[in-house]
Design a protein around this ligand. Structure first.
Ligand code: GLN
Length: 494
């Protein structure tokens, strides 16, 4: 059956319900697309057998009138979520071959609602990166290319495999995690939508930890509405995660009224950074105009500590990572390289198992946490983090959501920015502040740059007000009417 990979999740759910096709057919169409898009290297592990079984079970449930709200939908899972008996690697050599004996809460919730898993997607090693270049299993390619140019581009990171799979019409939706921008930035680079909910909204249980006070699962899909459906299936209170928040999960799709009249949209002046490409400036202005036309009120706001967000993040995230990654010692998981003594074994295992970026972060992290520097770096960063949070609290006195660009550039070429970590870290300049504040944010594809590459706009919102974030995002989505497709997806569909 052709055209099935073109459907949105919402359309597919309607089609399944009307009996126009089965989940088995929908799943087969996506498994074929997965083979056709193999060159993207979006998956670390493909799980076609499991997908077929789940699809069959879904069709049976639907027959009985027992379908859940993601029933029969083929999705991809970032390889940072533990999946029972299915290899889970965090794209690190140190975890190669690791098969968890348990299911992460988020994937468990999704399967409970009938999701079909196509496979586990590639990412930057332990979710550290903005380009998907640091994976131990090779980089992921962005399905988009510049007009008239064959250069391979990065999909963004760290959830690059998930974003590429959704953009290439291989998966209808995908999970991601966002610690400092890893859902929003790849969504922007790949021309799809992605939401990082409020910290505590989706359980972190069974998600391999990078920086625990920042990590938050979220979703990718091609439309805002599809993200609303995904998020509803993923979210929920989980007593197994001490930072999970006990609040009912709203029907996010029902909040998409299409009406943003009177909504106050803040424009943070500090996000006008030097050297931002004109295409992105223009798109931001276009977004402001769209919001006005839709009846929103635009207000200028200030987030005065924005300039400290990146340095603060790059102290806190490595600090937490150095502690979290101490558990990979050759004893409990994955790789073990024997040594003469126990210490020698630890050292050899970690030297061989971790890639350069992970090692860099562990070293920065242990440094900022060391007795002599703890106050100078780590404690100071924690204080600034509080101020960044306060900036948002103050801004949300004046407005309901914020509108900003998602990233300071479009997708860049494979290998670019690799020589200079600081340049790579600049990718996160617009996404990191909301991560430090634990507040929700979404990226929506809003236009193309001069080279024909997608650019995203970002909507940030108040804690646990994903509904307003989604509603405002949908208004932008509607105005932008983004219908461009990556060349590869167009080819597969043809
Ligand atoms: N690019 C950021 C980093 O490298 C964010 C990663 C993430 O959100 N997981 O830390």
């Amino acid at each position: 059956m052709t055209g099935l990979t073109e459907l949105t999740i919402k359309q597919a759910l309607d089609g399944l319900e009307r009996g126009e096709f089965t989940s088995v057919e929908l799943t087969e169409a996506h498994l074929s697309a997965m083979q056709a898009a193999k060159n993207l290297n979006a998956f670390v592990t493909e799980t076609p057998d499991q997908a077929r079984e789940q699809a069959k079970a879904s069709d049976a449930r639907r027959q009985k009138g027992e379908a859940g709200f993601l029933d029969g939908i083929p999705v991809a899972i970032k390889d940072l979520f533990c999946t029972e008996n299915v290899q889970t690697t965090a794209s690190s050599k140190i975890l190669e071959g690791f098969k968890p004996q348990y299911e992460s809460t988020v994937t468990h919730n999704m399967f409970d609602q009938g999701a079909v898993m196509l496979g586990k997607t590639n990412l930057d090693e332990f979710a550290m990166g903005s380009s998907n270049m640091t994976s131990a299993f090779g980089n992921v390619l962005n399905p988009w290319k510049r007009k008239g140019d064959t250069t391979d581009l990065v999909p963004g990171g760290s959830s690059g495999g998930s974003a590429a799979a959704v953009a290439a019409r291989v998966a209808m939706g995908a999970t991601g995690t966002d610690t400092g921008g890893s859902i929003r930035q790849p969504a922007s680079f790949c021309g799809i939508a992605g939401i990082k909910p409020t910290y505590g909204r989706c359980s972190r249980w069974g998600v391999i930890a990078f920086a625990s006070s920042l990590d938050q699962p979220g979703s990718f899909a091609r439309t805002v509405e599809d993200n609303a459906v995904m998020l509803r299936a993923m979210a929920g209170y989980d007593p197994k995660d001490s930072t999970s928040v006990n609040r009912p999960v709203p029907d996010y799709a029902a909040a998409l009224t299409g009406d943003i009249r009177g909504l106050k949209i803040g424009i943070p002046k500090e996000y006008r950074v030097d050297g931002m490409p004109k295409d992105i400036e223009d798109l931001w202005q276009q977004g402001i105009d769209w919001a006005k036309e839709a009846g929103a009120e635009i207000v200028e706001v200030s987030l005065p500590h924005t300039q400290y967000a990146l340095p603060t993040y790059y102290i806190i995230a490595p600090a937490e990572c150095s502690s979290n990654l101490a558990r990979y010692d050759g004893v409990r998981y994955g790789l073990r390289v024997e040594g003469e003594t126990l210490d020698d074994m630890y050292e050899k295992t970690r030297a061989e198992g971790f890639g350069d970026e992970v090692k860099r972060r562990i070293m920065i992290g242990t440094y900022v946490l060391s007795a002599g520097y703890y106050d100078a770096y780590y404690n100071k960063a924690r204080k600034i983090r509080k101020k960044i949070w306060q900036d948002f609290v103050d801004a949300y006195q004046k407005c309901d959501v914020l509108l900003t660009p998602t990233a300071p550039s479009a997708a860049f070429g494979i290998g670019e920015n690799m020589d200079d970590p600081v340049k790579m870290y600049l990718n996160d300049v617009f996404t990191v502040p909301a991560s430090l504040a634990g507040m929700p944010g979404m990226s929506i594809p809003a236009g193309l740059d001069q080279d024909g590459l997608p650019l995203g706009l970002q909507i940030l919102g108040r804690p646990f007000d994903e509904e307003t974030v989604l509603r405002a995002s949908q208004a932008i989505e509607k105005a932008a009417n983004f219908t461009a497709m990556p060349q590869l997806a167009a080819k597969i569909a043809a």
